[in-house]
Design a protein around this ligand. Sequence first.
Ligand code: ASP
Length: 450
Amino acid sequence: MVILKFGGTSVRDAEWINKALEIVKSQLDRAPVMIVSAMGKTTDKLQEIAHLAEKGMREKADNIFQDLKEAHFSVIHSFLTNENLSSCLAAMDILFIELKSIIKGLSYLRECTPRSNDAILSFGELFSTTIIAHRAREIKIDTAFIDSREIIKTDDQFTHAVVDENVTHSCIRGKIKPQKGKLTVAQGFIASTKEGITTTLGRGGSDYTASIIGAACHAEEIQIWTDVDGIMSSDPRIIPKAKTVAEISYKEAAELAYFGARVIHPSTIQPAINLGIPVLVKNTGNPQSMGTRIIANGEGKDRSIGLLKAIAFKKGITIINITSYRMLLAYGFLRMIFDIFEKYKTSVDLVSTSEVSVSMTIDNTSQLESIEKDLKAAGNVSVENNLSIICLVGQGLWRDPQILSKVYGALDSIPIRMISLGASDTNLSFVVPDNEAENTIKCLHKVFFE
Ligand code: ASP
């Protein structure tokens, strides 16, 4: 069997739902299970409703409710007929009546606990899957509808509930019966406690749902359908010639996620990767494009190891330098410094040390003044702002002895301020001035990819 997960943009209206179902239809012989997000920006709107209800602003909440209802019903009327239409309208009416009474109750009480918040947000996925299952039947796909709250079991940490894997796996295996020629549709993101109270897995949690179900059913593949061609070799807004990365390891994808590659959050696909199930990121708007295949670390074709996969960057970085001759041959010095960062809950990214000095980068400068003050007890402190980290991502990059000379050759006029080499086998990071970041990326992309 195969899992196909469609994000909100991939099911944003009738046209896109049709595209998604075409994709699913072409894979019916692989016993597909379709995991779906809420349509478009529905979850954001539901979140707004929850906030308004909490403030007792019933009228405004009702207006957004009405907009949501109209948007969903217009999709239904645009592509359903006869029994499919009446059955879908009946199911949706029940959902909207339920949502309306929750909004009413919360507005009266002027409260919205995390538990109520989850109850409200869950409707987005219930709406989308109800519509999609009916549309699938309308176009003659034999379809089973599953309520994910009956299969994904969590604790009661509402808004970011933790999945009980054992119970969940047996519920999934009991309820989902993948079959060739038949489609199963279920919601991403939503789940329930063992008492049956609705929970959610955290915003963007549908990838995680897909991964859990894929792992429980030993899927041959998990496909994440989104609105981009996959993971790109660099930011296409800066590098128009950026290419889709054909294959990337889990570790490499994790490095890129830190640099803001928002295509997929690696932790959400961990259950699948742990079992060696490949995850394919594809574009619903361009299904012919090959997409990106995410595989377990160290797997895949040998030729993919040792290759540069992508160049990422992060602007607005600050370097803090500490120099102290007390550091010479002393121990406990670094611990003292890191304790200060811990005290101010500020994470350090790159670190470079010599016998008498340490340089570190941070991107969150909200506590910088206090950190600087405390660090002065350790030595002379200087701070440099307006910098960018440039990160070359590729597992085993160092098997190519040419790589450093290629990097330095490409950047002969750009000052490199700090470099982190060898700390990870997956990346080479260095720091350049913010105003040189884009130029740096362009030069490197040219040398390595064009
Ligand atoms: N609909 C949820 C959200 O927007 C979950 C998801 O799409 O993954 O966060």
